[in-house]
Design a protein around this ligand. Structure first.
Ligand code: FES
Length: 151
């Protein structure tokens, strides 16, 4: 299935040619993999509404927020295969993330399970203020094991 051309996918077509030839090839980043769509600081709801074991799309940003026994975490919703925004072209539930563009699957921590994607989902820093409001910091990539404790 082709991705929705109106989405924020990062894969685009690139024209190359020379000496009487012209070709159109997908340009999705090095090795065909796609890097996360950039975003800044975005609100992601109140931690009181994010139960342990849940995984949810962040409204208005290509991000996913989750919570496990050690805290809250966030990761990109940009599929690492060709850049589909899985918040719009996919399915997100407690078990993980599915990309409907070409069928890649990721577990709840963003690790690749199957499909043409060959790398995991990038994680981003999360902060939680005194009232419980979650902010995902899209400009601050972190390692997959990073969690923000819920106090
Ligand atoms: S963009 Fe191809 S599987 Fe997600």
């Amino acid at each position: 299935m082709d991705p929705d051309p109106g989405s924020s996918r990062r894969c685009f077509l690139k024209m190359v040619g020379g000496a009487g030839t012209l070709a159109v090839i997908p340009a999705c980043g090095a090795g065909g993999a796609s890097s996360p769509e950039s975003f800044g600081d975005v609100p992601a709801g109140n931690v009181s509404a994010l139960s342990v074991g849940s995984l949810e799309a962040v409204a208005g940003a290509p991000a996913i927020v989750g919570r496990d026994a050690t805290g809250v975490y966030a990761m990109t919703a940009t599929c690492t295969h060709a850049g589909c925004n899985m918040n719009h072209q996919g399915a997100i539930n407690a078990a993980g993330v599915y990309c409907e563009c070409h069928g890649s699957q990721f577990d709840a921590q963003g690790n690749r399970l199957s499909g043409p994607a060959d790398s995991p989902l990038q994680h981003f820093a999360v902060s939680i203020d005194a009232s419980g409001l979650i902010t995902v910091h899209g400009g601050q990539p972190v390692v997959e094991s990073t969690r923000t404790a819920v106090t």
